[in-house]
Design a protein around this ligand. Structure first.
Ligand SMILES: [Zn+2]
Length: 477
């Protein structure tokens, strides 16, 4: 769920906890980086950015690969933050994409300038801009990628999942500058930086960088100190737990970095969100409600680290193939987080967390789970993915006495780095020796069910996941 509103019994303020998570949604266009790749320079000048494109060739339309919708409004984010400065060029929304074109119908000029007023908004399955309270800004490196189209109409036909299409475009060559000093990338300051196909964040402005054993932090200087302390204390233990169970993650030996932005003590708000990239977890906190330590925030921030940290394995060591297979990585990361948090804190209520997965999946699986993203129901990937993972874990327990990590470990060894739906489902059949399980999972993925509880109950029954039926509802024991 992007921003579930948790009822808070003690206070009247709404508690917003965005678990917005972009991970594994990494289209890998096959187009090689050529001399024709656009050259982009991004320069921070105080509270705004200047973004200059220099295109190496003519195109009638350039479309932005990252054209996600804002999670709250379901409106495109870029037209609200970017203003075209070059005369005769307009930006507009066509289909799933923000595009630019010439007003005269000819090719887009080779040089186009934008003025950007960065804003921190939660995006649907895409990496958001991070704003720091001191004016620093962190941008996803691949936010500037574009592809060419023959006409504005052609943009209407491009599907939202770019993994499924061949694009005339690829990574831009981006040079990052900050008028006030060096930029921060991979935990290090540099006077100038050029990125191409790296997936990370570049931070323009001041932050508190703390190198550490097993984890480095890049933290907004005004973040309430207890949050930073908690992250530095807790995150390395989660990482070690996963390492013990699954081995080192595939994405290299660099020390992981947690980058945390603080959006200020907004009244009547308690908000946390973020996402994960190779070797980097980004988080953003906001609201009066997180100024002082509270058990609920503590648990949510731990949950967040558990889930996002799990993506270094399930999401990066292996990724999914298509966006409608996000249940593999999101639900899988959720169950990893539940098991990790329980092992690190005996008081953690794993059953309650898993019950909410079952409940949400029950609500959302009336319609095809695989297509949930297109409906804006990304929560289905987490909830139903966790339900499927629970069944797989049950099958593993029946077979070997093992758990979710034992089911997962062999699946992380994929030569192509992709854990496909087929590979996941085949493993379920191999471990359970019961092909009917796969049939039920596929039914929820592709068709949904009039009564999802009945299907979930059947899955749990055959895999030994303890539950009872209460008024037609699956209640975990
Ligand atoms: Zn995730």
């Amino acid at each position: 769920m992007r921003a579930p509103v948790l009822a808070s019994s003690a206070v009247t303020a709404a508690v917003l906890m965005g678990a917005g998570c972009a991970s594994g949604s990494m289209p890998s266009p096959q187009a090689a980086l050529t001399d024709a790749a656009p050259q982009v320079s991004v320069t921070r000048q105080g509270d705004h950015l200047s973004v200059d494109y220099r295109f190496g060739r003519d195109a009638v339309v350039w479309a932005f690969m990252d054209s996600a919708l804002e999670a709250d409004t379901r409106q495109p984010w870029r037209p609200r933050q970017w203003t075209v400065q070059t005369p005769g060029v307009v930006m507009e929304r066509r289909g799933h994409y923000d595009i630019i074109r010439s007003t005269d119908g000819g090719p887009v000029p080779r040089e186009v300038r934008f003025r950007v007023k960065p804003q921190a908004v939660d995006l649907e399955a895409e990496y958001p801009t991070l704003l720091f309270s001191n004016g620093a800004v962190a941008l996803p490196t691949r936010q500037l990628d574009v592809f060419a189209l023959p006409s504005a109409e052609a943009a209407q036909d491009v599907p939202d999942d770019l993994n499924r299409v061949r694009l005339d475009g690829g990574p831009s060559r981006v040079t990052w500058r900050d008028d006030s000093g060096p930029v921060l990338f991979n935990g290090h300051r540099r006077d100038d930086l050029t990125t191409t196909d790296e997936r990370s964040y570049v931070l323009l402005g001041d932050a508190t960088v703390t190198p550490g054993q097993g984890l480095s932090t890049v933290i907004d200087p005004n973040l309430p100190p207890w949050i930073g302390q908690e992250i530095r204390d807790f995150a390395p233990h989660v990482g070690q737990f996963y390492r013990d169970r699954l081995g080192a993650p595939g994405s290299g030996g660099d020390t992981p970095i947690v980058m945390v932005a603080w959006n200020g003590p907004t009244e009547q708000m308690t908000s946390m969100g973020g996402s994960v990239l190779p070797g980097l977890i980004v988080m953003a906190f906001e609201g009066r409600g997180v100024m002082t330590p509270q058990p609920e925030i503590l648990e949510r921030s731990r949950w967040f680290i558990g889930h996002e940290g799990a993506h270094f394995w399930l999401g990066q060591t292996v990724r999914y193939q298509f966006a409608d297979e996000a249940w593999i990585t999101e639900g899988g990361a959720d169950l990893m987080a539940v098991r990790a948090l329980k092992s690190l804190d005996a008081n953690y209520d794993a059953r309650a967390e898993l019950q909410s997965e079952v409940d949400d999946c029950t609500d959302l699986a009336k319609r095809p789970v695989a297509q949930a993203g297109a409906r804006g129901e990304h929560r289905a990937y987490y909830a139903c993915g966790a339900v499927f993972a629970l069944a797989a874990e049950g099958a593993q327990r029946q077979r070997t006495g093992g758990d979710w990590f034992d089911f997962l470990k062999p699946l992380l060894r994929q030569p192509d780095g992709v854990l496909s739906r087929e590979e996941w489902l085949s493993a379920l059949t191999r471990v359970s020796r019961d092909p009917s399980l796969r049939g039920d999972v596929e039914r929820l993925l592709d068709q949904g069910a009039a009564d999802p509880s009945a299907v979930i109950a059947r899955l749990f029954q055959r895999t030994g996941v303890a539950f009872r039926m209460v008024g037609g509802r699956v209640v975990l024991s």
